[in-house]
Design a protein around this ligand. Structure first.
Ligand SMILES: Cc1cc2nc3c(=O)[nH]c(=O)nc-3n(C[C@H](O)[C@H](O)[C@H](O)COP(=O)(O)O)c2cc1C
Length: 205
Protein backbone atom coordinates (compact mmCIF):
# COMPACT_ATOMS: atom_id res chain seq x y z
CA UNK A 1 0.00 0.00 0.00
CA UNK A 2 1.38 3.42 -0.94
CA UNK A 3 0.19 6.16 1.34
CA UNK A 4 1.98 9.44 2.02
CA UNK A 5 1.20 9.38 5.74
CA UNK A 6 2.45 5.82 6.16
CA UNK A 7 5.62 6.70 4.23
CA UNK A 8 6.22 9.60 6.62
CA UNK A 9 5.53 7.40 9.66
CA UNK A 10 7.99 4.81 8.33
CA UNK A 11 10.69 7.43 7.71
CA UNK A 12 10.35 9.11 11.11
CA UNK A 13 12.81 7.51 13.49
CA UNK A 14 14.68 8.37 16.65
CA UNK A 15 18.00 9.99 15.73
CA UNK A 16 20.38 10.66 18.62
CA UNK A 17 23.45 11.62 16.55
CA UNK A 18 22.75 15.08 15.14
CA UNK A 19 24.68 17.77 13.29
CA UNK A 20 24.31 21.55 12.91
CA UNK A 21 23.62 21.75 9.17
CA UNK A 22 19.93 22.01 8.34
CA UNK A 23 18.64 21.33 4.81
CA UNK A 24 16.50 24.50 5.08
CA UNK A 25 16.94 27.94 6.65
CA UNK A 26 16.18 28.38 10.36
CA UNK A 27 13.22 30.60 9.38
CA UNK A 28 11.78 27.81 7.20
CA UNK A 29 12.25 25.20 9.95
CA UNK A 30 10.67 27.55 12.51
CA UNK A 31 7.68 28.03 10.17
CA UNK A 32 7.43 24.25 9.68
CA UNK A 33 7.39 23.59 13.43
CA UNK A 34 4.79 26.30 14.09
CA UNK A 35 2.51 25.04 11.31
CA UNK A 36 2.79 21.44 12.53
CA UNK A 37 1.73 22.51 16.04
CA UNK A 38 -1.07 24.72 14.66
CA UNK A 39 -2.51 21.93 12.51
CA UNK A 40 -2.52 19.35 15.33
CA UNK A 41 -5.89 18.41 16.83
CA UNK A 42 -6.75 19.15 20.47
CA UNK A 43 -9.75 18.41 22.68
CA UNK A 44 -12.59 20.91 22.08
CA UNK A 45 -10.14 22.58 19.69
CA UNK A 46 -8.64 24.09 22.83
CA UNK A 47 -5.18 24.47 21.23
CA UNK A 48 -3.51 24.01 24.60
CA UNK A 49 -0.11 23.15 23.12
CA UNK A 50 2.70 25.69 23.26
CA UNK A 51 6.23 25.45 21.89
CA UNK A 52 9.53 27.13 22.62
CA UNK A 53 11.75 26.82 19.54
CA UNK A 54 15.48 27.07 20.19
CA UNK A 55 18.20 27.30 17.54
CA UNK A 56 21.98 27.33 17.78
CA UNK A 57 23.36 28.98 20.94
CA UNK A 58 19.92 29.01 22.60
CA UNK A 59 19.61 25.24 22.13
CA UNK A 60 23.17 24.73 23.45
CA UNK A 61 22.29 26.88 26.46
CA UNK A 62 19.22 24.70 27.06
CA UNK A 63 21.27 21.48 27.06
CA UNK A 64 23.77 23.18 29.38
CA UNK A 65 20.92 23.81 31.83
CA UNK A 66 19.83 20.16 31.57
CA UNK A 67 23.43 19.02 32.12
CA UNK A 68 23.77 21.06 35.30
CA UNK A 69 20.36 19.95 36.62
CA UNK A 70 21.34 16.31 36.08
CA UNK A 71 24.83 16.78 37.52
CA UNK A 72 23.12 17.75 40.79
CA UNK A 73 21.19 14.46 41.00
CA UNK A 74 23.22 11.83 39.11
CA UNK A 75 26.10 10.20 41.07
CA UNK A 76 29.42 11.70 39.88
CA UNK A 77 30.88 8.29 38.90
CA UNK A 78 27.89 7.61 36.63
CA UNK A 79 27.74 11.06 35.05
CA UNK A 80 30.05 10.60 32.02
CA UNK A 81 27.47 8.79 29.80
CA UNK A 82 24.80 11.33 30.78
CA UNK A 83 27.08 14.22 29.88
CA UNK A 84 27.95 12.57 26.55
CA UNK A 85 24.23 12.29 25.78
CA UNK A 86 23.68 15.98 26.56
CA UNK A 87 26.61 16.86 24.28
CA UNK A 88 25.05 14.80 21.46
CA UNK A 89 21.77 16.72 21.81
CA UNK A 90 23.62 20.05 21.96
CA UNK A 91 25.48 19.08 18.76
CA UNK A 92 22.19 19.36 16.85
CA UNK A 93 20.76 22.48 15.19
CA UNK A 94 18.00 23.14 17.68
CA UNK A 95 15.46 21.90 20.20
CA UNK A 96 11.68 22.20 20.45
CA UNK A 97 10.28 22.40 23.98
CA UNK A 98 6.67 21.23 24.12
CA UNK A 99 4.45 22.83 26.75
CA UNK A 100 0.79 22.61 27.69
CA UNK A 101 -0.97 25.79 28.83
CA UNK A 102 -2.54 25.04 32.21
CA UNK A 103 -4.71 28.18 32.04
CA UNK A 104 -6.43 26.77 28.93
CA UNK A 105 -7.09 23.49 30.76
CA UNK A 106 -8.50 25.29 33.81
CA UNK A 107 -10.86 27.34 31.62
CA UNK A 108 -12.08 24.17 29.92
CA UNK A 109 -12.68 22.49 33.29
CA UNK A 110 -14.79 25.43 34.42
CA UNK A 111 -16.69 25.68 31.14
CA UNK A 112 -17.37 21.95 30.70
CA UNK A 113 -17.64 20.68 34.29
CA UNK A 114 -18.87 17.25 33.15
CA UNK A 115 -15.45 16.59 31.53
CA UNK A 116 -13.37 18.32 34.24
CA UNK A 117 -11.48 15.15 35.21
CA UNK A 118 -10.76 14.30 31.58
CA UNK A 119 -9.08 17.54 30.51
CA UNK A 120 -5.61 16.91 32.02
CA UNK A 121 -5.53 13.60 30.12
CA UNK A 122 -6.81 15.23 26.92
CA UNK A 123 -4.04 17.80 27.31
CA UNK A 124 -1.43 15.02 27.42
CA UNK A 125 -2.95 13.52 24.26
CA UNK A 126 -2.92 16.91 22.55
CA UNK A 127 0.74 17.39 23.45
CA UNK A 128 1.56 13.95 22.01
CA UNK A 129 -0.26 14.88 18.81
CA UNK A 130 1.70 18.12 18.50
CA UNK A 131 4.92 16.19 19.16
CA UNK A 132 4.31 13.56 16.48
CA UNK A 133 3.20 16.25 14.01
CA UNK A 134 6.46 18.14 14.49
CA UNK A 135 8.54 14.94 14.46
CA UNK A 136 6.89 13.82 11.19
CA UNK A 137 7.24 17.26 9.60
CA UNK A 138 10.93 17.36 10.51
CA UNK A 139 11.38 13.83 9.13
CA UNK A 140 9.70 14.85 5.84
CA UNK A 141 12.15 17.77 5.67
CA UNK A 142 15.09 15.38 6.09
CA UNK A 143 15.79 16.56 9.65
CA UNK A 144 16.55 14.03 12.41
CA UNK A 145 15.11 14.29 15.94
CA UNK A 146 14.48 12.40 19.15
CA UNK A 147 12.04 12.82 22.02
CA UNK A 148 13.35 13.50 25.53
CA UNK A 149 11.81 14.01 28.99
CA UNK A 150 14.02 15.85 31.45
CA UNK A 151 11.05 17.66 33.00
CA UNK A 152 10.24 18.40 35.78
CA UNK A 153 13.77 18.81 37.23
CA UNK A 154 14.69 21.40 34.59
CA UNK A 155 11.40 23.33 34.50
CA UNK A 156 12.25 26.28 36.75
CA UNK A 157 15.70 26.98 35.32
CA UNK A 158 14.38 26.71 31.74
CA UNK A 159 11.44 29.02 32.48
CA UNK A 160 13.86 31.60 33.89
CA UNK A 161 16.28 31.30 30.98
CA UNK A 162 13.68 31.62 28.20
CA UNK A 163 10.93 33.73 29.83
CA UNK A 164 8.41 30.92 29.71
CA UNK A 165 4.99 31.92 31.11
CA UNK A 166 4.25 30.41 34.55
CA UNK A 167 1.07 28.69 33.25
CA UNK A 168 3.01 26.65 30.67
CA UNK A 169 3.90 23.12 31.81
CA UNK A 170 6.86 21.43 30.12
CA UNK A 171 5.95 18.01 28.70
CA UNK A 172 8.77 17.01 26.30
CA UNK A 173 11.94 18.14 24.56
CA UNK A 174 12.81 17.39 20.93
CA UNK A 175 16.43 17.95 19.88
CA UNK A 176 16.74 18.08 16.07
CA UNK A 177 19.40 18.53 13.41
CA UNK A 178 21.24 16.95 10.53
CA UNK A 179 20.95 13.16 10.58
CA UNK A 180 24.42 11.94 11.62
CA UNK A 181 23.76 8.19 11.90
CA UNK A 182 21.43 5.56 10.46
CA UNK A 183 18.56 4.40 12.65
CA UNK A 184 18.75 0.69 13.51
CA UNK A 185 16.27 -1.98 12.49
CA UNK A 186 12.98 -1.65 14.33
CA UNK A 187 11.22 -4.77 15.60
CA UNK A 188 7.43 -4.95 15.71
CA UNK A 189 5.27 -7.06 18.00
CA UNK A 190 2.85 -9.50 16.38
CA UNK A 191 -0.48 -8.16 15.12
CA UNK A 192 -2.10 -11.11 16.88
CA UNK A 193 -3.32 -9.86 20.26
CA UNK A 194 -2.76 -6.25 19.19
CA UNK A 195 -5.70 -5.62 16.89
CA UNK A 196 -9.35 -6.67 16.88
CA UNK A 197 -11.26 -6.05 13.66
CA UNK A 198 -14.96 -6.70 13.13
CA UNK A 199 -17.16 -6.25 10.11
CA UNK A 200 -20.71 -6.44 8.93
CA UNK A 201 -21.31 -9.99 10.15
CA UNK A 202 -20.85 -8.88 13.79
CA UNK A 203 -22.74 -5.61 13.30
CA UNK A 204 -25.75 -7.51 11.92
CA UNK A 205 -26.02 -9.89 14.90
C1 LIG B 1 5.63 8.94 24.70
C2 LIG B 1 7.06 8.68 24.29
C3 LIG B 1 8.08 8.95 25.19
C4 LIG B 1 9.43 8.77 24.81
N1 LIG B 1 10.42 9.15 25.67
C5 LIG B 1 11.70 9.06 25.28
C6 LIG B 1 12.74 9.53 26.12
O1 LIG B 1 12.50 10.07 27.20
N2 LIG B 1 14.03 9.39 25.69
C7 LIG B 1 14.31 8.82 24.47
O2 LIG B 1 15.49 8.73 24.14
N3 LIG B 1 13.34 8.40 23.64
C8 LIG B 1 12.05 8.49 24.02
N4 LIG B 1 11.05 8.09 23.18
C9 LIG B 1 11.39 7.51 21.85
C10 LIG B 1 11.16 6.01 21.79
O3 LIG B 1 12.11 5.32 22.58
C11 LIG B 1 11.22 5.57 20.32
O4 LIG B 1 10.27 6.31 19.61
C12 LIG B 1 10.97 4.08 20.15
O5 LIG B 1 12.02 3.31 20.70
C13 LIG B 1 10.80 3.68 18.70
O6 LIG B 1 11.90 4.08 17.92
P1 LIG B 1 11.73 5.07 16.69
O7 LIG B 1 11.41 6.45 17.24
O8 LIG B 1 13.04 5.05 15.95
O9 LIG B 1 10.59 4.59 15.85
C14 LIG B 1 9.71 8.26 23.52
C15 LIG B 1 8.67 7.99 22.64
C16 LIG B 1 7.38 8.21 23.01
C17 LIG B 1 6.28 7.95 22.02
Amino acid sequence: MTNATLTTLKNRRTHYALGKALPQSEAAVEALIKEAVRLSPSSFNSQSSRAVILFGAASERFWGIVTEALRAIVPAEAFAPTEAKMQAFAAGAGTVLFYEDQATIKTLQEKFALYADAFPGFSEHSSGMAQISVWNALADAGIGASLQHYNPVIDEAVARAFDVPAEWKLRAQMPFGAIASTAGEKAFIADEGRFLTYGNAIAAE
